[in-house]
Design a protein around this ligand. Structure first.
Ligand code: WTA
Length: 636
């Protein structure tokens, strides 16, 4: 089924070698196995200076023909998506490849009826229901560029993203069920749209049926629009012919500055890369049931719930709820119910489930599991072993996959059952990936048993091509720190065996429960609260979330009392960014440690937040050395 699936360690080594000495030949051989309307003229064109990266230039395709049409003959009746609702006793849904094809065509026609054209940007803000996947694919079908925004972001964050991308249409739901909560998505969109004149149409899919306001002339119901297409006799929707380098989607992610950036992925390279990495990392076998617990609002959902699995004709399980609802055995019930073979989840979920002990795991039939995966943050050894022993029962390989929104797909990882694994290590790069460690001066760190900043020195097909509307920011963020290299922002060590272990971000980006959050973004939000003079945000080790958010805040006054003011600040952060960015700890201080030139010494604050009071370094050169003592005393 997948001629490019690696079957042994030797095959991996050969492929890796090949991919380095002849990257173009290597990727062309893989790309041959997809459906192209027209073959590419040139496999790769690149320079990391401009930067300019083009894969399969001149090639014509539509990713949905690869995810849907080409499977119909052989896999038409196979489940493409198995959907498990939030409530265990609500009916699940099974959507075959033929159903999915029909629904995507139908909704693509809805988008056309609503004036969406190739190149238009469409914002999608929905819960984890099949219609989210359908809406996403329908955009791709007609060449509209989707920008999916995670359902946990606030109106303000959505507005920023819609304005940046100049979206003309929004697809949302009345509400979303997540665990015990009912999130009023449409009402959040209504707030967001107050400042978004480019949006001419909102399509609202019903899920929770909470009352919503529907603005005449702007808002329409998903179901009514579908009926319209049905009365037209449900015509097919031919896929728009896209150039390999046409934009497929924008996905916003946090960086070290205050404003999230729109990471741009294009059609051809992304498709090949998402598919290749899915098929290989998980060693997917036809018929297997694959379950990724991410949300489609993040890159993991884009690449490994939707595009990777669907382009491979796999059965992908989509779960609406959360691992702890109605109890901490939910994931194991789902594994049991659908005989899941591959489970891909996040360390934060594993750690939180570990906290419930083995009660929720015992007596669950997990014998269908063959392969396990982890993504989004470093996995600590304890969680790794718990996952291995209690979920995989010691017989399933674990793939600890390192990658980023920007990389489009998995970069460094074990290949399940094929290449070695080591707890806490992402181990070896996939074929086509050329990692390099550098010191602060940009000098390559060679040999083994070394550490440095992780860079990639050669393009791979899944890499981002630009940041939407701001190519200079793209250059500055990723290619200016070290000349000629893509800088990941991660620190990394390479052990005596040459295995890579990601040690975490070296820039001002936090990783909270696997979600990327910029410290500057949180500071901006806190500073918007009336009465706050200044703030500094750092991360600290958190048992479940991986990293927690610690905010040092100078407030000029408290309304009522300090505790209430803290709550007010949390409310402000929720409003400006979303609940995921709420600080875990807020400490009021009278000043912040600053250099004489006024720069906040975050290094000192980080140490204090971690409880490491010794070894703060020389503080005598600070503007107000005494403030450090005060902050130490008040540490939470
Ligand atoms: C971190 C998620 C250690 C890393 C796919 C990276 C990891 C950031 C791992 C990207 C891993 C992701 N081990 N750290 N296996 N996977 N990270 O863009 O710091 O949401 O830079 O993409 O998560 O997060 P993003």
């Amino acid at each position: 089924m997948y001629p490019y699936q690696l079957k042994s360690f030797e095959e991996y080594q050969q492929a890796y070698h090949q991919s380095v000495i002849d990257p173009e030949g290597f990727w062309a051989n893989i790309a041959e196995h997809f459906y192209w309307r027209k073959k590419w003229d040139k496999v790769l064109e690149w320079d990391f200076k401009s930067p300019n990266i083009k894969w399969f230039a001149g090639g014509k395709l539509n990713i949905t023909e690869n995810c849907l049409d080409r499977h119909l003959g052989t896999l038409g009746n196979q489940p493409a998506i198995i959907w498990e609702p939030n409530e265990p006793d609500e009916h699940h849904r099974i959507i075959t490849y033929r159903d999915l094809y029909n629904k995507v065509c139908q909704f693509a026609n809805v988008l056309k009826n609503n004036g969406v054209k190739k190149g238009d940007r469409v914002c999608i803000y929905m819960g984890m229901i099949p219609e989210l996947a359908i809406a996403t694919l329908a955009c791709a079908r007609i060449g509209a560029i989707h920008s999916v925004v995670f359902g946990g972001f606030s109106a303000q964050s959505i507005a920023d993203r819609i304005q940046d991308a100049q979206c003309s249409l929004v697809i949302t739901c009345d509400g979303a069920f997540r665990g015990g909560k009912d999130i009023p998505l449409k009402s959040v969109i209504d707030d967001a749209l107050i400042g978004c004149p480019t949006v001419k149409r909102v399509i609202v899919c019903t899920r929770t049926r909470t009352p919503v306001s529907m603005l005449k002339g702007r808002d329409v119901w998903w179901e009514d629009e579908i009926k319209q297409v049905e009365t037209m006799g449900n015509p097919a929707c031919p896929a728009e012919e896209m150039d390999a380098e046409d934009m497929l989607f924008i996905l916003y992610t946090s960086g070290s500055t205050g404003k999230p950036k729109g990471v741009v992925h294009t059609c051809g390279g992304y498709m090949v890369y998402a598919n290749y990495t899915f098929v290989n990392t998980f060693q997917y076998q036809p018929g297997e049931v694959y379950f990724c617990t991410a949300d489609i609002g993040w890159i993991t959902g884009h690449s490994y719930i939707a595009y990777g699995p669907l382009s491979a004709g796999a059965t992908t399980l989509m779960f609406e709820g959360v691992p702890t609802y109605p109890d901490a055995g939910r994931l194991w019930d789902i594994v049991d119910k659908y005989r899941v073979n591959i489970l891909y989840t996040a360390p934060t979920a594993i750690r939180s489930l570990m906290g419930y002990g083995l009660g929720p795991v015992n007596h669950k039939d997990l014998s269908s599991l063959r392969k396990l995966g982890s993504v989004g943050e470093p996995i600590n050894e304890e969680a790794w072993h718990w996952f291995k022993d209690n979920i995989g029962k010691g017989r399933c390989p674990i793939v600890d996959t390192w990658w980023q929104t920007e990389t489009g797909g998995i970069m460094i990882t074990p290949i399940a059952g094929i290449t070695p694994e080591k707890p806490g290590y992402a181990t070896l790069p996939l074929p086509g990936v050329q990692p390099i460690l550098v010191d602060e001066n940009g000098k390559e760190v060679t040999g083994n048993n070394v550490s440095g900043n992780l860079c990639i020195k050669f393009p791979w097909p899944g890499m981002l091509r630009t940041t939407f509307g701001d190519h200079e920011r793209f250059r500055k963020t990723y290619f200016s720190t070290y000349e000629g290299l893509y800088f990941t922002g991660d620190g990394c060590m390479r052990d005596e065996d040459g295995y890579y272990r990601i040690t975490g971000r070296v820039d001002d980006v936090l990783n909270v429960s696997g979600h990327r959050i910029g410290t500057a973004e949180v500071e901006n939000a806190i500073n918007m609260h009336a009465g706050v003079v200044e703030s500094a945000v750092v991360g600290y080790p958190h048992e479940i979330k991986g990293q927690g958010i610690y905010a040092f805040v100078i407030a000029e006054r408290f309304t009522h009392d300090a505790e209430l003011t803290k709550k007010d600040i949390l409310q402000t952060v929720s409003r400006i960014i979303g609940p995921i960015a709420k600080p875990d700890k807020i400490q009021f201080v009278s000043g912040l440690p600053k250099t004489r030139s006024g720069k906040i010494m975050r290094r000192i604050l980080r140490k204090i937040a971690e409880g490491e009071f010794d070894n703060l370094g020389d503080t005598s050169t600070l503007l107000e050395p005494a403030v450090v003592e005060e902050i130490k005393k008040g540490k939470l």
